[in-house]
Design a protein around this ligand. Structure first.
Ligand code: HEM
Ligand SMILES: CC(C)=CCC/C(C)=C/CC/C(C)=C/COP(=O)(O)OP(=O)(O)O
Length: 316
């Protein structure tokens, strides 16, 4: 104990604020930081989407080992992308309340270590996808990684209001990876799942961006509400949600799911659309945006869980 306190002091004297991992508590805190860098709640929801894609393509005839490999490979690839996003954004993350306490902006971890960690996760994830799932899922993982890390994080997030829509291509990859792990081809089912996630994302993210518009402005991110204003952003969410609703109809029309999914996805889509529409006249925009963000998260979770339960019209 005394030895660890001494180590911490030496670190401070040397002007370093990297945390000592000598004590039990210190090691646990470092571990927590490494886990947080992977953005676990985003990976969790993305993993549900990948699982849903796999399940729908399998039509209840599940290859459990393949499912496990697909989940491990895609989760590690996504974790890698999120860690490298944290690495790249470490200076900008200092400027925002929401992100300023992360491990890199506070200098609790060394950037080089984080970069190595991110690359290692990506190499293992991609090896799992290429070797144990199929090459198509490996390429789709690489595409998702490239769009999120290079196109979104390194380029558009700092320069254009298009970051959200184009960045959505990467977020739409997980269910496609799950689906293609089974089919080995990109067919209409893969495209419908892609469309579902792609169309879901702008309203999800803009709800958050509206709530935190001043933070994003101060940090210099040219997001839609920062550049074009909140009323325009509220308006621009609507075509995405409107187009999202037919993806449920297409899933049904192509016989992937039954009536239960059709009805629930339609109802949820309509609830979200109406709530978004009401945003145009909301008196408390912050409160409205918080609810809209929560609806987005719950919409996706429920739609994918029902998709899994009602694959092939199992519920009816
Ligand atoms: C362009 C695409 C996307 C952007 C820009 C985006 C942006 C964000 C941001 C900045 C947050 C942080 C919220 C906060 O700290 O309060 C967030 C939260 C979240 N996002 Fe997204 N997101 C995108 C796509 C996705 C996708 C594809 C998923 C999953 C399928 C997802 C799931 C989540 C979840 C679950 C949260 C809540 C995290 C928490 O509570 O810690 N997002 N999103
Ligand atoms: C297959 C593959 C690798 C797909 C990638 C999927 C993926 C991780 C999508 C999530 C997109 C996302 C969290 C954007 C937020 O980043 P941000 O930088 O705006 O968030 P922040 O400000 O909280 O860091």
């Amino acid at each position: 104990m005394i030895k660890n306190d001494f180590k911490d002091k030496i670190n401070k004297i040397n002007g370093r604020i990297y945390r000592s991992s000598g004590s039990e508590a210190g090691r646990l805190a470092v571990l927590k930081d490494y886990v947080a860098l992977t953005k676990p709640s985003i990976i969790r929801l993305n993993a549900i989407a990948a699982f849903g894609g796999f399940w729908v393509a399998s039509k209840w005839d599940i290859d459990w080992l393949l499912l496990l490999y697909m989940l491990i490979g895609s989760a590690l690839t996504m974790a890698s992308a999120c860690v490298i996003n944290n690495y790249w954004d470490r200076d900008l993350d200092k400027k925002m309340e929401r992100t300023k306490n992360r491990a890199l902006p506070t200098q609790r971890l060394k950037p080089t270590n984080v970069l190595i960690y991110g690359i290692a996760l990506g190499i293992i994830g991609e090896l799992v996808l290429f070797a144990l799932v199929n090459p198509l899922t490996g390429w789709l993982g690489l595409l998702g990684f490239f769009v999120y890390v290079v196109i979104y994080t390194m380029w558009l997030k700092r320069t254009s209001t298009w970051s959200t829509s184009i960045g959505g291509i990467s977020g739409a990859m997980p269910p496609v990876i799950g689906y293609c792990a089974v089919t080995g081809v990109v067919d209409e089912g893969a495209w419908i799942l892609f469309a579902l996630l792609f169309l879901w994302q702008p309203a999800h993210f803009w709800s958050l961006a509206i709530r935190r518009v001043e933070e994003y402005r101060a940090a210099g991110f040219p997001l839609l509400p920062v550049v074009k204003g909140i009323p325009r952003t509220k308006l621009q969410m609507q075509p995405y949600i409107l187009l999202l609703i037919p993806t449920g109809i297409l899933m049904f029309a192509y016989d992937y799911v039954g009536y239960t999914f059709l009805i629930i996805s339609l109802l949820l889509g309509i609830v979200w659309l109406v709530h978004t529409f009401m945003g145009l006249r909301a008196s408390d925009t912050t409160k409205w945006a918080r609810t809209n963000f929560l609806i987005s998260i719950n919409y996706l979770m429920v739609v994918f869980l029902i998709m899994i339960a009602d694959t092939n019209g199992m519920i009816g």
